[in-house]
Design a protein around this ligand. Structure first.
Ligand code: CP
Length: 297
């Protein structure tokens, strides 16, 4: 995807915001289209916001619960989606624990596929909503200093955001315990640090990431308490940052680990706004995707 295409999605999301705030949230852009959400991993924000986005645009939506579908009888991913496609589905929105699952699917079915997170690889729509939120507050992405803090190793949000932020000209620093920062991340054009107090001073945006305990086979740092001490953001660390620093987190948050509750709900935080913007960005994406030739891969 080109920088101009990212910009087009962000601009279209801005046009979608009034629809979200209107009394009649239903319009007809996607009338006659069927959208299926297929999530092999848990989700609150992504699944619900895609479902709302599709409904606001007039599509018919169906949610497939992996636990109660024939996946639990051993049906493969491709057979599952071919079965869904046989019922006339236009767009499949999928989250899957395997890297590359959405790409594999898109190569094997006719319906359009949106990646709602594939393992630790990518979470493109989260990055788009984060870029939209940053641009809304800062007026630009280019030349901003953005700090991404925490579990970079397991974070598809980090990888997609780094890709998008650097593409749009931001400077990105990743910070955290060295055991959860993969060495190859430097190849994505970021700086690496293990000193939160140092990098926070220059930040325009701080994005804290969830410590993904469910993906750590064995502990990668001594304790959550120690993590909180060095890398968690509290009043003391936030006081070292610029007064207008934007504080973000993709959610869900481990309260008291990545962020204290006070900070989460403080005036620098845009965490709830990220969720709201997610609906507008996903509406924009669904709208643009269904118009042939508007977006490349
Ligand atoms: N940020 C995010 O992907 O949240 P969910 O897991 O709740 O969808």
């Amino acid at each position: 995807m080109k920088a101009e295409e990212i910009q087009e999605i962000l601009d279209t999301a801005q046009l979608m915001r009034p629809i979200m705030n209107s009394r009649n949230k239903k319009i007809t852009y996607l009338q006659g289209k069927n959208v299926v959400t297929l999530f092999y991993e848990s989700s609150t924000r992504t699944r619900v916001s895609f479902e709302l986005a599709a409904k606001y645009l007039g599509a018919t939506t169906t949610n497939i619960s992996v636990a109660t579908s024939s996946v639990s009888k051993g049906e493969t991913l491709i057979d599952t989606v071919r079965t869904i496609q046989a019922m006339g589905v236009d767009i499949v929105i999928m989250r899957h624990p395997m890297t590359g699952a959405a790409k594999l699917l898109s190569e094997n079915i006719e319906a359009k596929v949106i990646n709602a997170g594939d393992g630790i690889n990518e979470h493109p729509t989260q990055a788009l909503l984060d870029l939209y939120t940053i641009k809304k507050h800062k007026g630009k992405i280019k030349d901003l200093n953005i700090v991404i803090a925490g579990d970079i190793l397991h974070s598809r949000v980090a990888r997609s955001n780094i890709w998008g932020m650097t593409k749009l000209g931001a400077r990105v620093v990743v910070v955290g315990p060295t055991t959860i920062i993969p060495k190859e991340i430097k190849k994505m054009g970021v700086e690496v640090s293990s000193n939160m107090k140092q990098v926070i001073k220059n930040a325009d945006v701080i994005m804290a990431l969830r410590i993904q305990k469910e993906r750590q086979k064995s502990p990668l740092f001594p304790s959550l308490r120690e993590y909180q001490h060095y890398f968690g953001i509290d009043e003391e660390k936030l006081a070292m940052a610029k007064p207008d620093v934007l504080l973000m987190h993709p959610g869900p948050v481990n309260r008291g680990v990545e962020l204290t509750s006070d900070i989460m709900e403080g005036e620098n935080s845009v965490i709830e706004e990220q969720v709201t913007n997610g609906v507008a960005v996903r509406m924009a994406l669904l709208y643009l995707m269904t118009r042939e030739g508007i977006l490349s891969e």
